[in-house]
Design a protein around this ligand. Structure first.
Ligand SMILES: [Fe+2]
Length: 361
């Protein structure tokens, strides 16, 4: 009996210790012991991607002083450099198979006809919206599972890396007027090969669509408009994505599908792996008095060049340093370049002299 209790206690202690997060000193020690170097050599990167990543780090280190916000930005940044790429560009737009699209469209139409009965999704960390514009949700019932199962083979054909396991189907989410979505990388373990299946939208003005922004494997930022009946395949743990402009319209409805490679030799990334790869210098210059940080928004990127409209302004010591200004992205935005003489970054200039609603900085 006593022996049994001791065994149980030992097992408990091992379990607790095993699950314990490393201290920062231990994490840094492990980082070096594992042979990491900086800039990292984990994956092959094109010249464009290297420039984008160098610029990203420059922005994180010079704009973000709150400890939590700095850490979250570094986690996202590290994840996008750590995990491998599979497809040529990282995303593609294709038509949704007609049969399943018709079913989804019907379900959304029924939901919209019963607008007042649609449930609200509540407040979501990564979406900016007015307080009365929380996203709505159309419950699909069994059609949700049918969709993710039915489209699995298409995802396997697209990424070309073998069998996939469906890990999550979410939607239909209806974003409402004034929403924007922070730029982020998806959950590294389960959201590997994904798609946004776009079903319906109602814009105020068709000339003002609501594109998704996504980075490709060469460091370009794309703005992609989806039409109802189109779906976006994307490597969602690898490619930073979001919707940095605000949506102007009544609703924008999509379902999100996520898959994970079945073979653990191909993909066995966990969030702890990413944590362990964050470089030791991430915390240099952190200002403890800044708390979480002025634009902290959970697991997302909040530097100027990737901040979503609707985000709080960039502040330091309670003073606004820069307003979050509206973005105007072209369809494709190349990676930043440096002035060869001065070494200054030429693209994504910091918004030093803007006025917003007549209010000068
Ligand atoms: Fe996402």
């Amino acid at each position: 009996m006593l022996f049994g209790v001791v065994l149980l206690l030992t097992a408990l202690i091992v379990t607790v210790l095993g699950a314990r997060r490393l201290t920062e000193d231990e994490r840094v020690e492990k980082w070096y012991a594992d042979g990491n170097v900086w800039p990292p050599q984990w994956q092959p990167e094109t010249e464009g991607m290297k420039r984008l990543m160098e610029h990203r780090e420059h922005e994180i280190m010079t704009q973000i002083y709150g400890g939590d916000e700095r850490w979250e930005n570094f986690l996202q940044y590290t994840q996008s450099r750590a995990v491998p790429a599979f497809t040529e560009r990282g995303f593609d737009v294709v038509p949704i198979p007609k049969k399943i699209f018709e079913k989804l469209k019907k379900a959304v139409e029924v939901g919209i006809e019963n607008w007042d009965n649609l449930r609200s999704e509540g407040n979501i960390d990564v979406i900016y919206h007015d307080s009365d514009k929380e996203p709505k949700f159309v419950d699909l019932g069994p059609l949700q599972r049918e969709t993710i199962n039915e489209l699995k083979t298409m995802h396997e054909d697209w990424w070309g890396g073998g069998d996939l396991k469906a890990t999550s189907a979410y939607g239909v989410r209806l974003y409402l007027n004034g929403s924007s979505l922070v730029m982020h990388n998806d959950k590294v373990h389960t959201h590997v090969i994904s798609s946004i299946v776009h079903i319906a939208h109602e814009y105020d003005n068709d000339d003002e669509p609501w594109p998704i922004q996504i980075e490709d494997h060469d460091g370009n930022l794309h703005s992609v408009n989806l039409e109802p009946g189109e779906m976006l395949f994307y490597e969602s743990a690898k490619c930073l994505h979001g919707r940095m402009t605000t949506f102007k319209g009544r609703y924008y409805g999509s379902i999100f599908l996520h898959y994970q490679p079945v073979d653990p030799q191909v993909w066995n990334w966990h969030v702890d792996d990413i944590i362990n790869l964050v470089p030791p210098h991430w915390s240099e210059g952190i200002d403890r008095s800044e708390g979480k940080g002025s634009r902290w928004c959970g697991a997302a990127m909040s530097v100027d060049s990737r901040v979503a409209e609707g985000a709080p302004h960039l502040k330091r010591n309670g003073e606004i340093i820069r307003h979050t200004v509206p973005h105007n992205f072209t369809a494709i935005h190349p990676p930043p370049v440096k002035n060869p003489d001065s070494g200054e970054w030429l693209l994504y200039p910091l918004e030093e002299d803007v006025s917003v609603n007549g209010e000068e900085l």
